[in-house]
Write a new protein. Sequence first.
Length: 181
Amino acid sequence: MTLRPNIRLASMFAMLAFSVSAMSQGMPTSVFTEALTKGQASVELPNDQQFAPLVQAIRGRTGSNGQIMVFAKLITRFKEQPTCGRVAFLVSQPSAHIAWDDLGGQLNICQDGLPPKKMCKSHPGHLYPVGASCPDGTPAQDTAEVEAAIENALATGGLSNEQVKAKAAKASQKPTGEGGK
């Protein structure tokens, strides 16, 4: 069972901006950082203002009022940055026995919730935060292992940042044509 492309895309962005927290050792963590730490994690997608349209669309499609869950699983932990790794996630409605791979994806994340640090070719051995410029003025780049994780995801059908942005732009356009479809 698939959902309309704009619902799929909206859910992907919702998952990336996922603000639902679980409590772990007294500190709030996302389902993604919890999976990074414990190997796997799950959380119910709340039927609140942020996620209600997605929850209702899924429930309407399946005919089940059961919980909508986000499941996350550690794919790999990075050796250069051991508090960081790649996590896969998907949305499921266990009561309807349905999981949607197209409502999920993969992301690189660290235990602090931030993306892994980057490197500068001009300064090997030093790591820089995302968005930082290298001392020579060039932008910092993904480390080799982060780049390999991204390439592996793309090779197995994942979307690049450019593809996600293009789909977002297309989905945000108002439908035209017969029946508004």
